[in-house]
Design a protein around this ligand. Structure first.
Ligand code: HPA
Length: 372
């Protein structure tokens, strides 16, 4: 299912355009409850969307008003540990960008690597280490759609410093207003595949490379956001202390998912209200539209879809074996049964000759050896 068709599905259901996207992390699905005048679309109803299976995650896109802005929230994200391909994990971000979103708020639950962090603290993500990407699981691998973003995008400033400063201001004001609230930390998030929590040695490794919090999400989504020209505000809710090799870390409880969800529940309301205030104050109009979103405006979408259909037909015609061709030549992965058959016939013929020659040579040698 192409991105343009997914956008059309949304346009058919949602009569307004969205400016800001939100990805709700484990236990933070309540962020979406703040949204007013909601229109919900279940992931099962978006063709080509994976289904998140994690406890604490619903599976829907929620469109509506938050802080006076039109937003879309993903209640349920796609994790690499569920078995999805890296490129599937970023389907939601790609759709948000295609819908014209310019800024996304990405939240997650994370383990605190920095020993000064306390459970319940919020960390503003200043940068990330995609360990999962560095070992070859990058959502941008494979064919690059140049109309979405460049082959070699920069991710150096995707965590936008201005957005971070605004978030800090809003957080501190809310903390003063309600008279309590947790520390707003800052640091580097390291993204691993999961699903197991880290070994002690892995925790020390993450600390050594400079990470402050560790989790199993976010980095792929942020890479896809950078590719599509979006700006990101990233927030980690510290739900547990990580267990490394420091003497005092042998008495601490082992991390578990129930604890992660329970800890997020305790601070969920505060985080929700800070995010809502932040969205109210952020000036999205000052930002350039994501480069790719142009093709998918309500006015342009029918022409875009018509052009795609025409391009697919032209590709099939050019091949001359229309019924058997799938996407070949349009830059996407594809195959042509006719060519495949031709290729296997020729390679089979060559293989047959080589096999016969080898057999003959072995048979001759055997024969020679036996006659001595
Ligand atoms: N490690 C990885 N992911 C997590 C953790 C953790 O300690 N806590 C919440 N998500």
């Amino acid at each position: 299912m192409s991105l343009s068709s997914q956008v059309k599905q949304v346009h058919d259901t949602v009569p307004f355009d969205v400016e800001i996207g939100i990805i709700c992390g484990s236990g933070l699905g309540g962020l979406a409850t703040e949204i007013k005048n909601k229109i919900e679309i279940e992931y099962t109803n978006i063709k080509g969307f994976p289904q998140s299976q994690v406890v604490g995650h619903a599976n829907k896109l929620i469109f509506g008003d938050l802080g006076g802005k039109k937003v879309v929230a993903m209640q349920g994200r796609f994790h690499f540990y569920e078995g999805w391909q890296a490129k599937d994990c970023v389907k939601g971000v790609e759709l948000m960008a295609a819908l014209g979103v310019k800024t996304i708020v990405v939240t997650n639950a994370a383990g605190g690597l920095d020993k000064s962090f306390k459970v319940g603290d919020l960390m503003l993500i200043e940068d990330h280490i995609s360990l999962v990407g560095m070992v070859g699981n990058n959502p941008l691998m494979g064919h690059n759609d140049d109309s979405v973003g460049p082959r070699f995008p920069s991710v150096s400033s995707v965590y936008d410093a201005e957005l971070g400063a605004l978030f800090r201001k809003v957080h501190d004001a809310k903390k003063a207003e309600v008279g309590h609230g947790h520390e707003l930390r800052k640091g580097t998030y390291i993204g691993l595949s999961g699903p197991n929590y880290e070994s002690r040695a892995e925790i020390e490794f993450c600390r050594t490379v400079g990470a402050s919090a560790v989790g199993m999400s976010t980095v792929m989504e942020v890479v896809a956001a950078a590719h599509a020209g979006l700006k990101v505000i990233g927030l980690s809710l510290i739900t547990n202390a990580c267990l490394g090799t420091h003497a005092d870390e042998y008495n601490l409880p082992e991390p578990n998912h129930a604890e992660v969800v329970a800890e997020t529940k305790k601070v969920e309301k505060f985080v929700q209200s800070v995010v809502a205030d932040f969205i109210a104050q952020v000036d999205v109009s000052a930002r350039a539209a994501a480069p790719m979103s142009k093709r998918f405006t309500r006015e342009q979408l029918p022409a875009t879809i018509a052009a795609e259909v025409e391009a697919a037909a032209a590709t099939a015609d050019a091949c001359g074996k229309r019924r058997f061709c799938a996407g070949k030549g349009d830059g996407k992965k594809g195959f042509c049964v006719g060519e495949l058959f031709g290729a296997s016939f020729v390679s089979g013929l060559i293989g047959g000759f080589i096999g016969a020659a080898l057999f003959a040579s072995v048979a001759c040698r055997r024969h020679g050896a036996g006659s001595q």
